[in-house]
Design a protein around this ligand. Structure first.
Ligand SMILES: *Cc1c(COP(=O)(O)O)cnc(C)c1O
Length: 428
């Protein structure tokens, strides 16, 4: 499509956009009385208006039914999580039995590593991406530490990072595959962020998963920036496991519950260790208080505790909205709006002295909704100017802004207006 940097053109795109109406389903903070242009949905998604009703329902059931709410509320709490199986499995490309919701992301990745990182003296290495999200780095280090005393393995040796080449911003697929092959028999686990949080690069999860399996390793994915953002086919890609948070693209509220995927092929594998709790126990017999753990066949068998229904309620509001729209429509809009943002950045770049470098891959199959932009010759004051003028972005020192237009609530007009504010900010 030939884009134009005009208000009329942006409005015309909004008119043709079947998802445009969803913007009105979200609550926007205001700056100077005007709703903000929100580009940080990759950090914390906006609140959907419908969410409050889902939470109120739980509050009311608790008030009116107290303990009886476990079984007799409109959405009983004892199996509340089962309402996620269908819509959530569609979002991540899984079978309904392969997904569950519980805990928070890093906690779930630790629990999944209990099952899928069982190092031996000869096979103990973990492959991850260079500059992985800090929480993931701490997790890898502490997992290796946890096993190191028994095995005599060393941190430096066990964690193998895939590096960017000099002068490049993104990791090449060929380098990932070469590293997997090189580590070979010593490789226990590949665990990478499916979408890199800093650059927005999307990894070829299907190819990497197959390569990891070929050398006998497990392959898992941190999907914090991928769930609700990209097309996932976790079952068909044959991923062993994955986990994601629900507060970024999935708009379910600060620090809210995580989702997990565990491939069907592992559901009946009694040899796979796991940390158990009563919520993962055979559902029909959970309240019989038996002594022997009999796990639910499926991802639900990895649950540990009584679930936090007050945090699942906003998550359910979110998956219901995604289910209404479908990932295909969402992705179509995402690609259009990201391309429009890319176009506007290039247009503004031509009109001002500074120069922008988009470090996110330009190939649409390697990126999703986020563009990370290096602003040569600009600093923190530009970020402050944007904030004061109602554009919420994410700033990374020394001069990168991350912009995530979210197909559910960013309009083409927002993108046009952002361009005008950016230009004024650079010229001011
Ligand atoms: C946001 C994010 C996290 C956050 O983990 P929490 O346990 O939810 O705090 C972890 N990993 C990645 C890659 C992230 O982007």
């Amino acid at each position: 499509m030939i884009f134009e940097n005009t208000l009329e053109f942006a409005k015309h795109l909004d008119l043709q956009d079947p998802l445009h109406k969803y913007q009105d389903e979200f609550i926007f903070p205001k700056v100077q009385g005007k709703k903000v242009i929100y580009f940080t949905g990759n950090s914390l998604g906006l609140q959907p208006k419908r969410t409050k009703a889902y939470v109120d329902e739980v509050m009311n059931d608790w008030a009116n039914l107290a303990v009886e709410g476990h079984f007799y509320s409109e959405k009983p709490w004892w199996d509340y999580h089962e309402r996620f199986a269908d819509p959530l499995s569609k979002i991540v490309g899984a079978l309904p039995s392969e997904v569950t919701v519980m805990n928070t992301l890093t906690v779930n990745l630790h629990l999944l590593m209990v099952s899928f990182y069982q190092p031996t003296q000869t096979r103990y290495k973990i492959i991850c991406e260079e500059k992985a999200f800090p929480s993931d780095q701490y997790m890898f280090q502490s997992q290796v530490d946890f096993h190191s005393q028994n095995l005599g393995i060393q941190l430096e040796d066990a964690i193998v990072e895939i590096k960017r080449r000099d002068g490049e911003h993104n990791i090449r697929l060929e380098d990932v595959l070469a590293k997997i092959e090189e580590v070979g028999d010593e490789l226990a686990l590949v665990l990478i962020g499916g979408v890199n949080y800093y650059t927005g690069q999307v990894f070829d999860m299907k190819t990497i998963t197959a390569a990891g399996h070929k050398v006998g390793a497990y392959v898992g994915w941190d999907l914090a920036h991928a769930a609700g953002n990209i097309k996932l086919e976790l079952h068909d890609w044959n991923a062993d496991f994955a986990a994601w948070c629900s507060y970024k693209y999935m708009n379910s509220g600060p620090g809210n519950a995580s989702g997990c995927f565990i491939h069907k092929k592992h559901h009946n594998n009694a040899a796979l260790p796991r940390f158990a709790g009563w919520w993962g126990h055979n559902k029909e017999r959970r309240f019989k208080m038996e002594q022997t753990f009999d796990p639910i066949q499926g991802a639900d068998g990895w649950q540990i505790s009584n679930l936090s229904i007050l945090s699942l309620a906003p998550y359910l509001a979110s998956v219901d909205m995604f289910d209404e729209i479908g990932m295909d429509a969402l992705i179509q809009k995402r690609d259009a709006i990201t391309s429009y943002l890319e176009f506007i950045l290039h247009e503004i770049d031509k009109e001002v002295d500074s120069s922008f470098e988009i470090i996110t891959p330009s190939n649409p199959t390697e990126r999703a909704s986020q563009l990370s932009v290096l602003l040569h010759g600009e600093g923190r004051s530009l970020f402050d100017y944007l904030m004061q003028n109602g554009v919420i972005t994410d700033w990374r020192e020394p001069n990168v802004i991350r912009l995530a237009p979210v197909p559910l609530y960013t309009s083409f007009e927002d993108i046009y207006q952002f361009g005008q504010i950016l230009k004024a900010g650079i010229q001011s």
